[in-house]
Every structure is written in C-alpha cells, then in structure tokens.
Design a protein around this ligand. Sequence first.
Ligand code: DX5
Ligand code: ZN
Length: 215
Amino acid sequence: MYVAPSILSANFLKLEEEIKAIEKAEADLLHIDVMDGHFVPNLTFGPCVIERISSITKIPLDIHLMVNDVSKFVNLFIPLKPKFLTFHLEAENHPMRLCEYIRSQGIHPGIVLNPHTPVDSIKHILEFVDIVLLMSVNPGFGGQQFLPLIYEKIKELREMIDKKNAKVFIEVDGGINGLNASDLEACGADILVAGNHIFSSNDYASAIKSLKLEF
Ligand code: DX5
Ligand code: ZN
C-alpha cells in the first residue's frame, strides 16, 4: 500500500516545512489538487507554485486535475514532469487520445471518476491508463465525509483490471483515515490519498503508517 499525502490540508504559510516533514515521514507520493473554480467550486495551485514545490522535494508528484478545459491544463503541467497526471473523465470528451498524449510525454496518465460515475465507463480505455483514481468524496474540498459506496467500486475495478491482466494502479481519494484504510486495501486499492488525516495529526510518520497497516 502506498500513501499520497494531499497538500491541500497542509499549512500553506509553512509549505516548505510541511513538505520536508512529509518527506521525512516517508510519503510515497505528493498528491497535488489543481482546481479551476469551474469543474469544482474551489481554486488551488497553479504551475508556478507546483514548480517551486518540486524544486525542494524528491517525492514524486501525483497531480490531480479538477478542471474543465483538460487538454489546455495538461500542457501547463507536463513540463513539471509529475509521476502521475490524472484528469476527470467527466470533463474530457477524448480521454483515450489525451492519455496517449500524456504517455508520449513520458508521464503516467490516469483517469479520475467522481463518486457517481460508474467504473464500467472506463472499461474500454483501461490499456491507455496507468492509474485510475476513484473519488470517495465529491471533489473540491479537503476534510469531507468518506462515502462507503467506494468499496463496491474498488472491487469492481480490481476485477476488471485482473481480468484484462492490465497494469493499472487503483488510487482512492477523500475522507480516508485509520478506520477505513484496511477495508480499502482489502477491496484492492493500491494507493491511498489522505489530507486531513495526515496534516491534522501531530505525528505525520505515524499517521502515514496507520494507513499502511496490514489487514
Ligand atoms: C478533494 C481532493 C482530495 C482532498 C483529500 O477534492 O481531491 O485530494 O485533499 O482530503 P481529505 O483526505 O481531507 O478528504
Ligand atoms: Zn485529490
């Protein structure tokens, strides 16, 4: 199980300290939520801020685009060379083409599904993605309540991936804590994103470890 702290819940006035602390606490990925104020009713980081972040850490970046004009935004973030660049299926008419493009730039492409979007909708594009991010809250804000409907979706996706013998990571995002992590892992999740659970604790290493407990 890999853990990706979401810096949306970090103390922005001490961002450098926060990122160093997360690195010391052995975070596997740094989850960065990009919001455009249209796809979701909130605004967050742009490429300038993320470029500064990447200059002070070795943690691979996991950029989650919550934006409408996906292909335009993708080109702003490709030069930052994140490990994963994911976008919402709900926002893009040609996800297959866009994933191929992201891959051609040497970056692992991924698709994000909102809680109401069926897993079946990505059945035919699975070979074009390296990661699928399943939202366990409606996107836009940190600290929201976890939606248990996600368990069924993870199991369904796991089955689909295994059947196709595909190499695709399953990532889950929203409301994740020490109480639901082991069930998410048991259903087949590979990567857990957590904002509030990690950044509201006073021991980041233990908070990360609590999400990695074997079931
Ligand atoms: C929500 C974001 C999440 C958020 C998770 O739209 O995509 O990454 O930061 O935060 P928590 O873990 O606090 O729900
Ligand atoms: Zn996210």
